[in-house]
Design a protein around this ligand. Structure first.
Ligand code: HH2
Length: 282
């Protein structure tokens, strides 16, 4: 953990609330497409205890079509403006485009969450370096349009780890301070059910890289594959996956429902790392 806003909760973990301003996101597409409802949703998540709000204007669900930069900007900038003025949470921009990230940073974003880890637009690394913001580098095999078409690995954890180390080295070579980098295994991004479970089971191997690990399991299809639940009924599965990730050392949790996750993570953390409960209970 660092001492930066949004990551330095006394509680020992950070919750990243998802604010999708898209017509087609896999679990909440179209619900918050107009800026007013997206801002109201983000505020609500912040009130529930989100440390970071991750604002996205392009869906990355399997099969999603790319969005033009102008459209992505029109979706996210008003929402970031509104949340910067009123939410009190740190703001993250979920984008792979340097133009969108630049405008988002102008509007107050201090985290660039790039699911391509600077592969789509490598110049994004220099922007992150120059502005001194944080970045989240995520693993994805292939690209959203095709990533779920028979993904294959030898050792999924070793390959994801090598990828994240290589991307981190690239970012650092571009001038990004190492302490501003977060890493994410990319649950559901070019992975089968078994790959996702193996990554969660051995998450400590990614934590060993030495940077905060972000996990995004919320409502994802691997939970549906196990439980048979529809996308809106996957909160219990989401909680289980996040609690296990916390136990293995993840510190940032990207979720659609903040309040129940906070409670679950607080209890889990008090159990596995008792020193945290000493500092947060009276
Ligand atoms: N998952 C999604 C999007 N962005 N970013 C990170 N760092 N980690 C993730 O696991 C992750 C992410 C997909 O979830 P969602 O935003 O709900 O859906 P969509 O991409 O369809 O908008």
């Amino acid at each position: 953990m660092t001492d930066e806003p949004g990551l330095a909760r006394e509680s020992g973990f950070s919750v990243m609330g998802v604010v999708n301003v898209t017509p087609d996101s896999f679990s909440d597409g179209g619900r918050f497409l107009d800026a007013h409802s997206a801002i109201a949703h983000g505020r609500r998540l912040a009130q529930e205890g989100a440390d970071i709000l991750d604002v996205g204007g392009e869906s990355t669900r399997p099969g999603a079509e790319p969005v033009a930069e102008r459209e992505e900007l029109a979706r996210v900038v008003p929402v970031l403006d509104g949340l910067a003025a009123s939410s009190g949470a740190a703001l993250s921009i979920d984008t792979s485009k340097v133009g969108v990230a630049r405008a988002a940073i102008e509007a107050g974003a201090t985290v660039v969450n790039d699911v391509t880890a600077f592969r789509a637009e490598p110049e994004l690394a220099a922007l992150v370096a120059e502005r001194g913001v944080r970045c989240c580098l995520m693993h994805m095999l292939g690209e959203p349009r095709t990533m779920q078409k028979s993904p294959r690995y030898g050792d999924v954890v070793a390959e994801v780890k090598a990828f994240l180390e290589e991307r981190m080295a690239f970012a650092v070579a571009e001038g990004v301070a190492e302490e501003r980098i977060l890493l994410d295994p990319g649950i559901g991004f070019g992975k089968t059910l078994e790959h996702n479970l193996e990554l969660l089971r051995r998450l400590d191997e990614l934590v060993a890289i030495g940077r905060p690990v972000v996990v995004g399991t919320s409502r994802k299809s691997f939970l549906g594959a196990i439980t048979g639940r529809e996308v809106g009924e996957r909160l219990p599965g989401t909680i289980a996956a996040n609690v296990l990730a916390l136990e293995r050392g993840a510190t940032v949790f990207r979720v659609h429902e903040v309040a129940p996750l906070r409670d679950a993570l607080q209890v889990a953390l008090a159990t596995v790392r008792p020193r945290w409960s000493e500092t947060t209970t009276t």
